[in-house]
Write a protein that binds this ligand. Structure first.
Ligand SMILES: [Zn+2]
Length: 238
């Protein structure tokens, strides 16, 4: 039994190693970073779509104003042709044309201001869109790099886990079946630790010093005993 108890302690070491590797597997920081970046990218892409839509709309408005301006310019040209063409000599008619040109020119000034304002709007949207695309490209690149590292780490950890797991199987064969079952049960309810060493009367799992008489009893026994403080199977080690 004593040798089997030592085997059990070795098994506990292997199991703890596997548990720790599995924990590492669940906590690869590049995976967390990748997820974080993907969530950010989703928001950025929605923003990009919104800016693009708005830019299309505002560009259409700009085209429309420019069209109106062209039309107005042609009207003014026509009126000017009439004014300077020499075919009209009636002064009343001429002054009416002049007034019309003045009124059209005022409208033109207004439209030209609108064009400038609208161009500012479109240009601001251009900038916002360009910046958003830059952020997307940057975060996308970082996400791909994070994914590469995360997958490398994952592959390494999985390979290591499977290696340790096969040595675990070998080690488990050296432990008495009943003792193994007992150990597994305790492991399930006590944070993965089912067995611990007793060194100089102190349980190495819970760090409680057991009374000398109890230690003597455990030493004398030829069957597993438990820590009276934490309930783990104790293996005496001096
Ligand atoms: Zn203990």
């Amino acid at each position: 039994m004593k040798a089997e108890l030592s085997s059990l302690l070795e098994l506990q070491k292997i199991d703890s190693k596997i548990d720790s590797l599995k924990k590492d597997l669940d906590n690869i920081k590049e995976k967390a970073r990748y997820d974080e970046l993907q969530a950010g990218l989703k928001k950025l892409r929605a923003k990009e779509e919104l800016f693009q839509k708005e830019q299309d709309q505002q560009s259409q408005v700009l085209d429309k104003i420019n069209g109106e301006l062209d039309l107005l310019n042609r009207k003014i040209e026509n009126e000017q042709k009439k004014l300077f063409g020499g075919t009209i000599s009636n002064s009343k008619e001429l002054s009416a044309i002049q007034k019309e040109i003045e009124s059209l020119s005022k409208k033109k000034d207004g439209l030209e201001t609108s064009v400038l304002e609208q161009m500012d709007k479109v240009s601001a949207l251009d900038d916002a869109l360009t910046k958003t695309k830059e952020f997307i490209a940057r975060d996308n690149e970082e996400a791909q790099k994070a994914k590469e590292i995360w997958q490398q780490k994952e592959d390494q950890l999985k390979a290591e886990i499977s290696k340790v797991a096969s040595s675990r199987d070998e080690q488990a064969k050296t432990v008495d079946e009943e003792l193994l079952e007992d150990y597994e049960d305790i492991r399930k309810t006590k944070g993965g630790i089912g067995a611990g060493a007793l060194v100089k009367g102190i349980c190495q799992v819970c760090n409680v010093e057991l009374p000398e008489t109890e230690v003597e009893e455990i030493r004398a026994k030829d069957r597993p005993d438990y820590c009276t403080s934490c309930g783990r199977i104790l293996i005496v080690k001096e």
